[in-house]
Design a protein around this ligand. Structure first.
Ligand SMILES: NC(=O)c1ccc[n+]([C@@H]2O[C@H](COP(=O)([O-])OP(=O)(O)OC[C@H]3O[C@@H](n4cnc5c(N)ncnc54)[C@H](OP(=O)(O)O)[C@@H]3O)[C@@H](O)[C@H]2O)c1
Length: 243
């Protein structure tokens, strides 16, 4: 009985502190700024991140070309989540997150250009020739920040959350102690601000690397790609000044 009352007290204190309990994870802080987030590509990376954002208090619209497949994900993500087609997610979001195989990015950029225009768009794909074909090599050569900007004209692009594996997203979000660092790059101040907020709300420590031209410094196969570094280690490796 005393234990039940104690648990109730802890839950009440957590609510007062703006913390939300998450199964299998420590308390998740509520976001300072809730967004309507439309996610195009709700697989391993987009799905896991969307769950974390929903739990942090964002309104999340997951999408798939087969939205019926997203019922379990929506149920896990909770009351602020829903699902539909990619076009509906692009229209819904004030912030759009694109988490599709990189080879699909040109088509996604064309098909949803009107709905995404002027919005902050997080793009986290990692081009790979074995999956995406020869266009991947061109994107790697240019650096993804520059390549993705060409596929997504008219948006406020931020490259982030690509250098973290889906396993790290699932296992290390909001971890105790020093959080994992996540590089962020954008040319637009608002895009940086939103990117930093979403990395923080997903339970990681953002590291602003610079403009889109510098996003290549955390592309696949770089020294900081999925290495499980803290923000301080990323800054040291990329020779960034202390914040
Ligand atoms: N997995 C990781 O560890 C990880 C880490 C960092 C970055 N990334 C990058 O994140 C991106 C997604 O990877 P993932 O592992 O999450 O892949 P995934 O599990 O295969 O999910 C990709 C999703 O994209 C959707 N999709 C594919 N083509 C589409 C199109 N033309 N239009 C709209 N939606 C489309 C698919 O949904 P439907 O088929 O249901 O429509 C699918 O659920 C990749 O570029 C990958 O390199 C992955």
């Amino acid at each position: 009985m005393a234990r039940t009352r104690f648990a109730g007290l802890i839950a009440a204190l957590a609510l007062v502190a703006g913390l939300v309990p998450v199964a299998g994870q420590s308390q998740v802080p509520k976001t300072a700024k809730p967004y309507r987030i439309g996610i195009i590509g709700s697989g391993q990376q987009g799905g896991s991140l969307g769950e974390l954002w929903a739990r942090a208090g964002h309104e999340v619209f997951f999408s798939s070309r087969h939205p019926d497949t997203l019922k379990d994900l929506v149920a896990r993500a909770g009351a602020t989540a829903r699902a539909g087609l990619p076009a509906a997610a692009a229209a819904f979001g004030e912030v759009i997150v694109i988490a599709v195989p990189y080879g699909a990015l040109p088509q996604v950029g064309r098909d949803y250009a009107a709905a995404m225009r002027g919005k902050v768009v997080v793009e986290l794909g990692n081009p790979r020739e074995d999956r995406d074909g020869p266009m991947a090599n061109e994107a790697i050569r240019k650096g993804t920040g520059m390549a993705s900007a060409e596929y997504l004209p008219g948006v406020r692009l931020v490259r982030t959350l690509n250098a973290l594996s889906a396993v790290q997203v699932r296992n290390d979000a909001h971890r105790a102690g020093v959080r994992l660092g996540v590089p962020v790059a954008a040319d637009d101040a608002e895009a940086i601000r939103v990117g930093v907020q979403l990395v923080t709300d997903a339970g990681f420590d953002p590291v602003v690397v610079g403009g889109l031209a510098r996003a290549r410094e955390f592309d696949r196969n770089t020294a900081v790609y999925v290495k499980g570094m803290t923000a301080a280690q990323i800054r040291e490796t990329l020779k960034l000044p202390a914040p």
